[in-house]
Design a protein around this ligand. Structure first.
Ligand code: GCW
Length: 720
C-alpha cells in the first residue's frame, strides 16, 4: 500500500475516533472519565484491586455491570474477581449474598436497620486486609450503593475510613412524563418521546431505555409514569398495556416501576359502559377487572396518576361525586396489588372572578382524611402553575390526614424552554425549605412531605421531566442538572442545591477548581436572573398564551388573560390577596399568613403576588415601584451577560462541543432576555406613564413591534 493511501486511511481512522469521542452530552453525569489526579488514581486502584460481588439477580447484575463500567472508565481496571478476601477487595451485595463478610465486619445489625432501599458503604479491616463493603438490605439498595460509591470517585472524594449509611427520605420518587401515545411530548422541548410504541414490546432491549434507567437509578428515581396526564383512555387497552410491559421489563433491573395515567372516562370510552360514575357498581367492577388485567401483564405495576376535573379532563364531579370518591374507587382496585393512586390537586375554575390561587385549597382541604390509604393527593409546588416563582402551595401543612405528594416541573415550560440556562435546584430548594408553620417553626414543606412516611408509611415527590429523544436528552445541556437535582432532592429533600450543583459539575465537566467555580456561579444565579428579566417582584403568568415562552403581558382573550394575573391600570399593578382582597393569605398558617398579609413584611419576591400597589409606592430600596421594576428587568439582562462572561472562563478547559453548545444558547438567551425586558417595560410603561431612565440602554424596538413579532415556537399540542 502506498504511503499516501496509508496516511489517508490513518487520518480517516483518527477523525472517526475523534468523532466517536466527541462530547455530545449523551453520557449525562455518568461519563466515568479517567481520574486525572494521580495520587487519587493510585489510591482508588489500590482499593478496587479485587471484587467480591456475587450477582445472582437482574438488579445485582445491573449494579455489577455499572461498577465494571465505572472502574474501567475511571481507573482503567477490569473487574478482577476473587472469592477470597485480599487486600484491596471491594465486597458488594446483600445479607443474602455476602452474609459472612457483613458479619465479620460487624455490619449485620446496621444493614438490618436499613429501609428497603438503603445501603451502607464501609471501610473495614478483615483478616488484616483492607476492604470496602457496599451492602444493601435489598438488591436495589445495593444498586443505589454502587452508584453512590462511583459518585465518590467521580467527584474525587477520599475513600479512607468510609462509613456511609443512607436511606431515602421519601419513598416514591417519580417522574411524570407528559408523553403522548403518538410520540409527541406535551411541554417537551428536547425532541420526541423516548418510548417507541411501534417497536414495543418486542424491541425492549434498546440501549436508550437502559441508559435512561441507569440515569434515573443513579439518583434514586424509582417510578415513572409513562404517559400524559391529559390522558388517552386507549393507554389502558390490552394492546397498549402489553407495549408498556416492554418498558417495565427494561426498567426493572434498575429498580424502576412503571405507572400509567388513568382517564376517568375510560369505562365509557374503552369499556363500553354508559357511565363512568363512581356510584355505579359496574364501573367499580370494570376498574377492578382492568387493574387485575394490568397486574397480569405488569406484575410490579406502580399505579395510576390522574388529572380529573381540571382543564377539561373528565372526573368524579361530572357525576356529583368528590375527588375522594373518584380516587378511592381506583385505590380500592389497586390496593390488593400494592398499587398507588396519585390524584392531582391542580384544579381551577373557569370563572375568572374566582381567584385562581385559592381554588386548589378550597376544593381539597375539606376532603382531608377522606382518601384511601394508598392515595396521594398531588398539588404542584405553588398554587398557580409552575411559574418562575410562586409561594408554596397552601395545601402543604393543611392536610395532615392525607399524604401529599409534591409535583415540580423539570421541563422549563415557563422558564425559557431549552434555550435558557436555568438551574432549578434552587427553585426546588426554595419551596422545600419554605416554612409552613403547620406544627410550629421548622415545619418546612420538606418536613411535611417526609412526615407522611411516619404517619402514613408513604411519602412522595414527583417531577415532570425535560427528557426527550435529543442526543443530549434535555436539549440544553444544563437541563441535565435539573433532572439530576430533582432525583437527588427526591431522595433527600434537605440536600443543599449548591452541593448538588457542585457534584453535578464535577461529574459532568471536571473536578478542576477553575471549571467548577464559574459554572457553579452561573448555576446558582441563573434562576433569580430568569425571574428578574421575566417576572420580578411577584409578577407571574404574563408569558405567551400558547407557547408559554416569551413576553405577552398584553394578552387579552375571553378566557384567562395576562390581565387576570397583573391587573395593571394607570394607578396600580398587582393583586390584592390580603385579608381585604381575595383572602388567599388566610390559607396559610400563622405567622406566614400575617407575613404575606403585611405590606412591610411580605417578602419582596412575592410583593405583587399578594399586594396591589400604586406605581409611586416607595420600595425599601428607596426607589418607586416603577423604578424597582425597571431595575429588576435591567438587572436580569445584565446578569445573562455576566453568565456569558463567566462561561468564557471555561473555554479550553472543557471540550469544544459542549462549550460551543452552551455559549450559543447563552447568546440566544441574552436576545430573549432583552426581548422580555423591552416588551414588558414598554407595555407597563403605557400604564405607569413613567420613563425608562435615559442612562439605561433604551428598548430596541417599539411596543407595537413586540406585539407583532411571532413567538419562536408555536406549540401545537393540547390547547389547539
Ligand atoms: O399549565 C398547564 C400546562 C399544560 C398541562 C397542565 C397540567 C398537562 O400548560 O400543558 O397539561 O398545566 O399540569 O395539567
Amino acid at each position: 500500500m502506498n504511503t499516501k493511501i496509508l496516511f489517508l486511511l490513518m487520518a480517516a481512522y483518527f477523525s472517526a475516533c475523534c468523532y466517536l469521542h466527541a462530547e455530545n452530552g449523551y453520557e449525562l453525569w455518568l461519563r466515568y472519565k479517567p481520574t486525572d489526579n494521580t495520587r487519587l488514581l493510585h489510591e482508588y486502584q489500590k482499593k478496587n484491586k479485587y471484587i467480591l460481588f456475587p450477582a445472582n439477580s437482574p438488579q445485582l447484575q445491573a449494579a455489577k455491570e455499572e461498577l465494571e463500567r465505572g472502574l474501567q472508565g475511571m481507573l482503567q481496571l477490569c473487574l478482577n474477581e476473587t472469592e477470597k478476601v485480599k487486600d484491596g477487595t471491594l465486597i458488594a451485595g446483600t445479607l443474602q449474598t455476602i452474609a459472612p463478610y457483613c458479619q465479620q465486619a460487624l455490619l449485620t445489625d446496621s444493614i438490618n436497620q436499613l429501609t428497603d432501599e438503603g445501603y451502607i458503604i464501609a471501610s473495614r479491616k478483615m483478616e488484616k486486609q483492607e476492604v470496602i463493603i457496599i451492602a444493601g438490605k435489598t438488591d436495589k439498595g445495593t444498586l443505589y450503593g454502587i452508584f453512590h460509591y462511583l459518585r465518590l470517585m467521580q467527584t474525587q472524594q477520599n475513600l479512607d475510613n468510609l462509613f456511609i449509611k443512607e436511606n431515602p427520605k421519601i419513598s416514591y420518587r417519580v417522574l411524570n412524563h407528559w408523553d403522548n401515545l403518538n410520540g409527541s411530548i406535551e411541554r417537551g422541548y428536547a425532541g420526541y418521546s423516548l418510548w417507541n410504541w411501534e417497536r414495543l414490546p418486542m424491541h425492549k432491549n434498546d440501549d436508550r431505555y437502559k441508559d435512561y434507567a441507569r440515569a434515573n437509578a443513579s439518583v434514586g428515581i424509582n417510578g415513572v409514569v409513562l404517559n400524559n396526564v391529559n390522558a388517552e383512555a386507549k393507554s389502558l387497552c390490552r394492546e397498549w398495556l402489553v407495549k408498556a410491559s416492554g418498558l417495565a421489563d427494561a426498567f426493572r433491573p434498575y429498580g424502576i416501576r412503571v405507572y400509567l395515567t388513568a382517564k376517568f372516562s375510560a369505562p365509557k370510552e374503552i369499556g363500553g359502559l354508559k357511565t363512568a360514575s363512581p356510584k355505579d357498581p359496574q364501573v367499580r367492577e370494570w376498574w377492578k377487572k382492568k387493574v387485575q388485567e394490568i397486574y397480569s401483564i405488569i406484575p410490579d405495576f406502580g399505579g395510576f396518576l390522574v388529572k380529573a376535573n381540571s382543564e377539561g379532563q373528565p372526573g368524579p364531579q361530572d357525576y356529583g361525586c368528590s375527588h375522594a370518591d373518584g380516587a378511592n374507587m381506583l385505590a380500592e382496585a389497586l390496593e390488593p396489588f400494592g398499587g398507588i393512586v396519585f390524584w392531582r390537586a391542580f384544579v381551577y375554575q373557569n370563572e375568572r372572578h374566582v381567584d385562581r390561587v385559592i381554588t386548589g385549597y378550597n376544593e381539597f382541604k375539606p376532603l382531608d382524611g377522606q382518601f384511601n390509604r394508598n392515595v396521594f393527593v398531588q398539588p404542584k409546588n405553588g398554587p398557580i402553575d409552575f411559574q418562575p416563582r410562586e409561594p408554596f402551595h397552601p395545601l402543604f401543612g393543611s392536610m395532615p390526614n392525607t399524604p401529599l405528594s409534591m409535583e415540580v416541573q423539570i421541563t422549563q415550560e415557563n422558564l425559557g424552554h431549552t434555550h435558557h440556562l436555568v438551574y432549578l435546584g434552587t427553585l426546588f430548594e426554595e419551596v422545600l425549605q419554605s416554612d409552613t408553620y403547620a406544627n410550629g417553626q421548622g415545619s418546612t414543606v420538606s418536613k411535611i412531605l417526609q412526615g407522611y412516611e411516619k404517619s402514613h408509611h408513604i411519602s412522595a415527590i414527583a417531577g415532570v421531566p425535560n427528557i426527550g429523544s435529543d442526543i443530549n436528552w434535555t436539549g440544553q445541556l444544563f437541563g441535565q442538572a435539573n433532572w439530576y437535582a430533582f432525583g437527588r432532592l427526591a431522595w433527600n429533600p434537605d440536600e443543599k442545591s449548591q452541593d448538588i450543583a457542585n457534584e453535578w459539575i464535577r461529574m459532568t465537566f471536571s473536578n478542576e477548581k477553575e471549571v467548577i467555580a464559574p459554572i457553579l456561579k452561573i448555576m446558582l444565579m441563573s434562576r433569580e436572573t430568569y425571574v428578574n428579566y421575566t417576572m420580578p417582584l411577584g409578577l407571574n403568568h404574563i408569558m405567551n398564551y400558547g407557547t408559554h415562552n416569551g413576553p405577552e403581558p398584553w394578552h387579552d382573550d375571553p378566557v384567562w388573560t395576562a390581565f387576570d394575573y397583573h391587573k395593571v391600570t394607570r394607578d396600580s399593578i398587582g393583586i390584592n390577596r390580603t385579608k381585604t382582597g381575595s383572602g388567599a393569605v388566610l390559607q396559610y398558617h400563622k405567622p406566614v399568613c400575617e407575613q404575606f398579609n403585611s405590606l412591610t413584611n411580605c417578602p419582596q419576591e412575592y410583593l405583587l403576588w399578594f399586594h396591589r400597589l400604586p406605581w409611586n409606592y416607595s420600595m425599601p430600596s428607596g426607589r418607586t415601584l416603577w423604578n424597582e421594576l425597571v431595575f429588576h428587568y435591567y438587572k436580569g439582562v445584565d446578569e445573562v451577560r455576566e453568565m456569558q462572561q463567566l462561561w468564557t472562563q471555561v473555554e479550553g478547559k472543557i471540550d469544544k462541543e459542549r462549550y460551543r453548545h452552551v455559549a450559543s444558547l447563552l447568546k440566544y438567551q441574552e436576545e430573549e432576555a432583552i426581548w422580555w425586558r423591552d416588551a414588558c417595560l414598554l407595555f407597563f410603561q403605557e400604564y405607569s406613564g413613567q420613563p425608562i431612565p435615559q442612562e439605561l440602554e433604551q428598548p430596541r424596538h417599539s411596543l407595537d413591534y413586540y406585539k407583532r413579532i411571532p413567538f419562536p415556537y408555536e406549540w401545537n399540542g393540547y390547547y389547539d
